[in-house]
Design a protein around this ligand. Structure first.
Ligand code: DHB
Length: 312
């Protein structure tokens, strides 16, 4: 029997596919739809301490080879997602879900994480170090000193399973430096990658989103090679206890297969989920299983991380 089940932070999931934070996860109705689909679990929209309206619309645009967005962290505020997750873990005690969060400042991040620590939340927390869309706020994970300081402070009090969402890196030295920081901490996972930040998409003579004069995070087909490189670079460099979640450019079962081959233990779907809806999970799962069956693989462990190189 071919299975796409997986395990993250000691929790079991029936399927290795889930949404990427930002897509289909702003409201309880959207989260319930992902939960009740073929996806193995869901992650919530990155929560700040308080409700945020986000940037002015239009702020997300699907384009032929992907998407561009500058949402600006619209979300319902931490309590909305945390209260829902607490209710859900009573209703569905056998399943595990992900809470994504980040503060508008390091202080706010600590306030939020201390609330999660003090709560009865039993799921997995994803700290988003890679939001590219808030004017005046650079992506935390491109500043290794700040990242190291925040993680040191967090792990002084946070004891629940915690992973981080990363932006793409583009230089081998940066992979080395980032991995040296992450390897100091008991992270459950790193999630590679968030959108490629601050691209520009033009139709006729105009940008297609309003915020930041059209600059926005790029997702979809454009970013798969960058995503795979980041998944594999961290798979090669991180302590084996730190798992990898692969995100970026997953349109088909073949794309998910490649993420797993590069080392991913879970695969997230963003732009494709936005374009196709939750039916994408069933389709991509069937395509992934067909590839596994053709190759004689019964489980993800049979090929995870087993990317082949061309010998010297
Ligand atoms: C937003 C975009 C991101 O890529 C992210 O990680 C967090 C927030 C946004 O614009 O809402």
């Amino acid at each position: 029997m071919t299975s796409t089940k997986t395990r993250i932070a000691g929790f079991d999931f029936d399927n290795c596919l889930m949404n990427a934070a930002g897509v289909a996860c702003m409201t309880i109705a959207e989260l319930e739809a992902v939960k009740d689909s073929a996806a193995g679990t869901f992650v919530t929209k990155t929560a700040t301490l308080d409700f945020r309206a986000g940037n002015p619309e239009p702020r997300y645009q699907d384009v032929p080879l992907g998407s561009i967005n500058s949402m600006g962290l619209p979300n319902q505020g931490l309590d909305y997602y945390l209260d829902y997750l607490l209710e859900l873990q009573e209703r569905e005690p056998s399943r595990t879900f992900f809470l994504s969060l980040v503060g508008m400042s390091p202080e706010e991040t600590h306030t939020i994480l201390k609330k999660v620590e003090a709560s009865d939340f039993q799921g997995i927390t994803e700290l988003n170090l890679s939001c590219p869309n808030v004017p005046g706020k650079p992506q935390i994970a491109y500043d290794f000193e700040t990242t190291e300081r925040i993680l040191k402070e967090v792990f002084a009090y946070f004891t629940k399973p915690l992973g981080i969402k990363l932006p793409p890196y583009f230089d081998i030295v940066h992979f080395d430096q980032a991995a040296a920081v992450f390897n100091q901490f008991p992270l459950a996972f790193v999630n590679c990658v968030n959108s490629i930040g601050n691209g520009l998409y033009i139709e006729d003579e105009s940008v297609v989103i309003r915020p930041k004069n059209g600059f926005g995070g790029i997702g979809g087909q454009y970013i798969k090679p960058t995503a795979l490189a980041n998944v594999h670079a961290f798979y090669q460099r991180l302590n084996p206890e730190i798992q990898i979640i692969g995100t970026g450019g997953v349109l088909t079962g073949r794309d998910a297969f490649e993420h797993i081959l590069c080392g991913a233990s879970m695969v997230q779907v963003g732009t494709t989920l936005h374009k196709e809806g939750v039916a994408a999970f069933e389709r991509i799962t069937a395509e992934l299983k067909a590839i596994m069956e053709e190759k004689g693989y019964e489980s993800l462990e049979d090929f995870r991380g087993k990317l082949q190189y061309i010998e010297e």
